[in-house]
Structures are given as structure tokens and as C-alpha cells.
Design a protein around this ligand. Sequence first.
Ligand code: NAD
Length: 479
Amino acid sequence: MKQRHWLNFIDGKWCDSDARFELLNPATNQSIGTIAKASVSDAAAALAAARRCADSRLLSSVRPAERVKWMTRIAQEIRVLADEGAHVLCAENGKTVPEALDEFLEAARYFEYYGGMADKIEGVSIPLGNGYIDFTVYDPMGVSLQIVPWNFPVSICARALAPALAAGNAVVVKSPELSPLGICVLFEAIERAGLPDGAVNLLCGSGREIGSYLAARREVDQIVFTGSVPTGQTILKLAAENATPCVMELGGKSAALVFPDADLDQLIASVRMGIFFNAGQVCSAMSRLVVHRSIYDTVVSRVEDLATGLSVGNGADGNDLTPVITARQLNHIQQMCQRAQQEGAVLVTGGEALSDSQGNFLRPTIFKDVSPEMNIAQEEVFGPVLVIMPFDDEPEAITIANSTAFGLVAGVFTQDLNKAMRCARLLRSGQVFVNEWYAGGIEVPFGGVGLSGYGRERGQEALYSYVRTKNVAIKVAGE
Ligand code: NAD
């Protein structure tokens, strides 16, 4: 990728700033370019532009079919730029080009999906008897502040941006410092669709500086945050000052329950994606495998074979296991692995960095004989690290799965539908996968319970996070 200086997008224009971030390729730790670092005054300008756009009602008072056209055009333009964007995202984030391309195609799907709903946001009529007419309308929230993490920056950005625009909101996106460039390409596609100035604004700046500044502003009508628990908690405290409604998409420590009748080929394919896709840097990663004792040794051995068979290296060369985002994160994960061993977990494979590389590569890592109270079984690692725990009966499996403070997703592997349904009811999580990790798609609601957050993204349900209900009650004379 050619070195380039990237800009922020404020009030319909690409804008530079005095300061800049340098961006490193996690596979090489070489610079791939710079991006303007948005200041607090840039953030104020973006927020003012979004506020003006929301107050002008240019987005919300047009005939909804116009918003459908904008959304359709954006989806088309994303597809045009997807290949170029995939190479940029691969370089800044370390993922493979096909995985990066999938992010752009998923982003396009969000605009198609929510574009299809933009003219169907219908209220209801409520019968109150003679003398009254009563109905509800869904108004847009106004200005939606969307704070995005680095692990799937393009698709997560589109996940919130598309329903917000479909409902007629203006948006300020705060992109992640570590991987902001793919989102710039996404915005180049959006710019081509000709939205009113101020409808979408993009700021890459320090989370602590401009993220906090924006989250505390009264002019923000809603915050959609995707990221870590501590940052989410900070934002919630800032939002509390103005009672700003929030959607919180936070971390996870999700468990897959494996029963003796599970199809192990199906399971291993799910482990491959569940914990090693995107180097395990997935909020809904399968980070805990909870396996019936009768098949425990077999599963450990099959998962070990899977892990040791993966190629580890640069995503640009199509390797199976790509780098983690920074050298600091690599170091943090290794420390968690050391602590796991000190607490008595048995390292099956991995736990160490690739020695002959400049990049941030951790070998695929598996721990067995882990007990539920160990740190490695409780805390999100956000890397390619799987813990495998045994259970003896169904209630114990559920207890282990529900034993963390998180509750994003969970999985059940069994041929017995009754057992799968019993578990699905008892698992404390926002989504349950049966026999395939990541089954589902953008059409189904996604979000957590407990420390994994609240509110839902994806699916029809998510659209209603971006509107507020207004009721109109009319006294009709003479009835
Ligand atoms: P992070 O919390 O460090 O950063 C997320 C975003 O918040 C970034 O844009 C950052 O600049 C901003 N930020 C940081 N401090 C801020 C502050 N004080 N005020 C306002 N904004 C601030 O998270 P990360 O490391 O980018 O992402 C990894 C985390 O995100 C993991 O915990 C992962 O599980 C979670 N995640 C959740 C989902 C989901 O949908 N539930 C999806 C992806 C990632």
C-alpha cells in the first residue's frame, strides 16, 4: 500500500489537523501512513455540523423513499471501493484480504438491509373510543455519536451508521486510533452518495480526549459505543450527566458446551472460526470450550491438531492466524498466559510469540484443565487463546458457562434438539448458537447481558434504537 496522509470528514469536507497519528502494520510494525488527529475543536465543529443537519430536518422530513435511494447508492459505492478498501484494511489491521473484503461487503449489506426499512418505520393507531384519535410516530433521535473499536472497524461502523441514517439521524463517528483507514474508505463511498452536509462526520482522535468530550455534550442525542468494558463504563458516567441514551456493545468470554453426541468435525470447524478467526480479536469469540468428561481428551487432542496445523503470519500472504493489533497487546496476552500457568492451567500448545518476526504474532494457544474461577477463564483475552474445561452433567455445564460477568453469546454442540433447547433457555447470553459458531448474520439481533452491555445491534430490532416514540392524542369535537 502506498504511504498516504488521511483526513477527517467534517460538514461535507475532508479536513486536516495540526497533529497526526502514525499507523503501523501489525504484521511488520512498519509505518503505512498517517492520519490527521482530530482536536477538541475539530470535534466541536463536527458536532455542530451534525446538529445543524439534524435541526434542518433535511434527512428526516424528506419522503422516506429518498432515504432508501441514498442508502442504496451508498451500498453500491461501497461495493465499488471494496477491493481498494480491503487492501487498506489488511495493511492497517493485519487481517487477510478476503476477511477485509468481507467487512466491506457486510458494510454494503447493512446499507441495503436498513435501506429497505427506511420507508417502513411505521407507528400504530391506538383506539381510545369515541371522541379521540391517538397514534404514535417514530422520530429520529437527532445526533447519534458512534464510537468504534479497531477489530472490525468497517463493519462495526456500518452496523450503527446504516440504521441511524435510515431513521433520519445525523451522525458523528469517532474512529479507532489504531485502525481508522478502512473507515475513511467507507466514508469516501458515502460521500459519493450526496447526502446533505453534516449528515455524516468522521473524526479520528484520542478516545480519552475527543471521545470523552463528545460523550459529555448535551448536543448529542444518543451514544452507540462498541469497545471495552472500562471505556464503556467511563462513557456511561459521562452520558449520565445529560441522561443521554446509550447502546453498549462491550466484551465477552463466551462458552461453547460440547456434549458426547456432538459432531466433532462440525465442532472443530467452529473452533477454527470461533477463536482463531481475526486472531481471536472478536467480541463474540469462542474463548471457552466446556466439554463433557467422556470426550474431553479426544476434543483436547483434536483442537491441538487444529491449532498446530495453522499457519501463523502476515494476513496479506493469506496465513491462517494473523497478528494481534499491537506489540503491547501481544505482551499483555503473554502475561495472561503466564498467569494462567501460575494458577495451574496446563498449556497444551502456544503461549509464545513467533520469535523470527517483526510483527505481533502469538502462536495459537490452548489451555486444558482450567477451572472456572481462574483469571484465564473469567477475563477477556482478546487474542487466539482457548481454554478447555470439563463437565460431568448438564446443570454443571450451564453453571460453568454462566459463571463470568459477561454474557454476549454462547454455543451448544449436540445432536439432541431437546437438550439444545433446554440449554438455550438457561444460558445467560444475548445469542445462542447451536452446532455452528457465528450462525446467524446481520438480520438477527446481536448484543449482550451483564458486562457485555445492553441494547441490540443488527436485525429489525436495532432500527428502533435510533428512533424515539412520540404519541399524539387528539380530542375530536362533536363525537
Ligand atoms: P476501547 O474501549 O479501548 O476503544 C473503543 C473506542 O473507544 C475507540 O474508538 C477509543 O478511541 C474510544 N475511547 C477510548 N477511551 C475513551 C473515552 N474515555 N471516552 C470515549 N471514547 C473512548 O476498545 P478496543 O480495544 O478498541 O476494542 C476491543 C474491545 O471492544 C473488546 O473488549 C471487545 O470485546 C469489544 N468489542 C465489542 C463488540 C460488540 O459488538 N459487543 C464488537 C467489537 C469489539
